[in-house]
Ligand binder design. Structure first.
Ligand code: CU
Length: 127
């Protein structure tokens, strides 16, 4: 009997599904990351996200307080309400390191939040 392990995480499962459909793309995978923000921070082991160029990246955000996230470089801004999941989805066309940090209503480019360590760092490696 074929048994599918229930413990298999989303991050392992999705690249496998992608591998079953090579006609879509030889390399690119769709990767989903679940990120939970508590007291303005993400758990230490989720602060670095590594993907490959052309991967479709889905960041699913949860938070304990309303806030606005900003992914630099790709320049995506995403509002997240407490108790809901907000999705930030993009194709990783540009390679490099892209910080994600918090914006708030008073925030402007160059505000102190841009000088603090990022909430999460996204690294996109060349194919
Ligand atoms: Cu910003």
């Amino acid at each position: 009997m074929l048994r599918i392990p229930l413990t298999l995480g989303r991050r392992l499962l999705i690249p496998m599904v992608g591998a079953l459909a090579p006609s879509v793309s030889a390399q690119a995978a769709e990767l989903t990351f679940d990120l939970k923000i508590e007291h303005g921070k993400v758990a230490q082991n989720m602060r670095l996200i590594r993907v490959k160029q052309l991967d479709v990246v889905k960041l699913r955000w949860g938070t304990d307080q309303p806030l606005t996230l900003h992914l630099h470089g790709y320049d995506i801004e995403q509002k997240v309400e407490a108790g809901t999941i907000a999705e930030m989805k993009f194709t990783a066309r540009a390679t490099g390191r892209f910080p994600i940090h918090l914006h708030d209503a008073r925030d402007r480019a160059g505000s102190p939040s841009h000088h603090e360590p990022p909430l999460v760092l996204v690294e996109v490696y060349p194919q």
